[in-house]
Design a protein around this ligand. Structure first.
Ligand code: AHR
Length: 489
């Protein structure tokens, strides 16, 4: 037995372009997110390129990561950039007060971040310190990185090995300023944003981003737009999916049942009205949508892996996470007019990671596979997709997205959240000529099926031959708990 879903794709009514930066990644100095996960140092036995793991680099290049955000997160507001430049052996050891008081040896600093971004082929999103820093420190850091002049700071960068300036594509001022970023009120932060943005002068065109709080706070957004709106290019919100919605007991990453599965998706969908609420407020001040909304951090946040070090935010990643990623990306596409960048938290070994590492071993997660399958949507033109789907609890069982890729092909992604029932989908294609369909499928047997270092391919995409094209109609049978991405040409 299969449920029945009908709908249509309107290829004649193109919507906004899906900014590639919606597929951005967040990497914080936290646990093994960088140390061990990305950076092993040039002397490591783990194969590396100037200290960056080769396996991680290759996997990320395959993903076409458009932008990387660093150094935090909460860490950004305790980070002193001077601890991360110069000879590595002489760098100070600092304590990471937010994340387990880990000793940070600061081997991965400014040069390492920008060099890593170049190797990955990604744009850069730097977050400056507002919580414990000063405008002078932030301005000097930016001058050190971007100045082509002979200023003392630019010369210091050259002495440290980098002749040419780097580009900062996105500059975050503040991070969750209401909480770990300084316990500020919106008015305080908005004034600080005015002050910081007035002194920071990046060379070469940078999107200046004002940080909002965790989740949605319409009053914060309105205050920021009122007080600092003319000085910002973008406003950033964060939203995490906690299955329980409770920060003390979030729910396990594996070993859960269907109620937790369903609750996870219910909580994931809560981001969409938040985006719409933020968009509506920004529309009041900026009706032409010149300023962007950014989701600086998003993803699942579970109870940490039992036995993992406190504050390292390690968690497994199952087929549930792969589908959560797809649902979020569908939501981002639907709101792509204003929403133009995002960063999943976090890229390696932390929260909803793409990759997990243990010593020399590395494994791709179901979230990685979903991102890899969605690559053609980066820079594609979104197309309206209307679906009539059976319910799954309070949700619709099937969600989807459609776009015209930059290669001219039509792409349709469909997610079936129902873990017990397949869905027969039939879509009328309006304004599109297609004679061939091919696809990829991501699904698994168990609700919490996941990849381990011993069994790294338990959840992986396979070729999908369950789709047909006839008389301008696309039909496909989606297995229970699955993601299918189809290419029509
Ligand atoms: O991603 C982990 C943390 O979540 C970030 O440091 C912070 O910005 C958010 O609260």
């Amino acid at each position: 037995f299969a449920g029945s879903v009908t709908g249509r794709v309107d290829a004649g009514q193109p919507g906004p372009v899906i900014a590639p930066e919606l597929y951005g990644q967040f990497m914080e100095q936290l646990g093994t997110g960088i140390d061990g996960g990305i950076w092993v140092g040039p002397d490591s036995d783990i194969p590396n390129t100037r200290g960056y793991r080769n396996d991680v680099l290759a996997a990320l290049k395959e993903l076409k990561v458009p932008v990387l955000r660093w150094p935090g997160g909460c860490y950004a507001d305790i980070y002193d950039w001077r601890t991360g430049i110069g000879p590595r052996a002489k760098r100070p050891v600092t304590l990471n007060r937010w994340w387990g008081n880990k000793e940070e040896h600061n081997a991965f600093g400014t040069h390492e971040f920008f060099e890593f971004a170049e190797l990955v082929g990604a744009k850069t999103f730097l977050n400056v310190n507002v919580g414990t820093g000063t405008p002078r420190e932030a301005a000097q850091w930016v001058e050190y990185i971007t100045s082509p002049t002979n200023s003392t700071l630019a010369q210091e960068r050259r002495r440290n090995g980098r002749e040419q300036p780097w580009k900062i594509d996105f500059l975050g001022i503040g991070n969750e300023p209401n909480g770990c970023g300084g316990r500020m009120r919106a008015e305080t932060f908005a004034d600080l944003f005015r002050q910081y943005s007035g002194f920071i002068a990046p060379h070469g065109g940078t999107t200046m981003i004002a940080s909002g709080p965790d989740a949605t706070d319409p009053a914060w957004t309105r205050t920021t737009m009122e007080i600092a709106g003319e000085h910002l290019d973008a406003f950033s919100m964060h939203y995490y999916t906690l299955p329980t919605g409770d920060w003390t007991t979030k729910g396990p990453a594996t070993g859960f049942g269907e109620p937790e599965w369903r609750a996870t998706f219910e909580r994931t969908y809560m981001i969409e009205p938040m985006i719409q609420e933020q968009t509506a407020i920004m529309d009041e001040f900026d009706p032409e949508a010149e300023k962007a909304l950014v989701i600086g951090e998003w993803g699942t946040w579970y109870d940490p892996t039992p036995g993992s070090p406190g504050g390292w935010l390690q968690q497994q990643n199952s087929i549930r996470d792969g589908l959560v990623a797809a649902v979020n990306l569908n939501i981002f596409h639907r709101n792509a007019k204003r929403l133009r960048a995002a960063g999943i938290a976090q890229m390696v070994n932390v929260l909803q990671a793409m990759l997990l590492t243990d010593g020399a071993k590395m494994v791709r997660t179901p979230t990685y596979h979903a991102f890899r399958m969605y690559r053609p949507f980066q820079g594609a033109t979104s197309l309206p997709l209307a679906l009539r789907s059976p319910d799954y609890g309070s949700l619709k069982a099937v969600d989807g997205t459609a776009a015209r890729g930059s290669d001219g092909k039509l792409y349709v992604a469909l997610v079936n959240l129902d873990p017990g029932e397949a869905m027969d989908v039939s879509l009328a294609l309006e304004g599109a000529q297609a004679t061939r369909v091919s696809g990829e499928l991501l699904t698994a047997d168990g609700l919490d099926a996941h990849n381990t270092f011993d069994a790294p391919e338990t959840v992986r995409p396979v070729a999908f031959d369950g789709a047909r094209l006839a008389d301008g109609t696309l039909s496909a049978r989606l297995p229970a708990k699955s993601l299918v991405v189809l290419t029509l040409e």
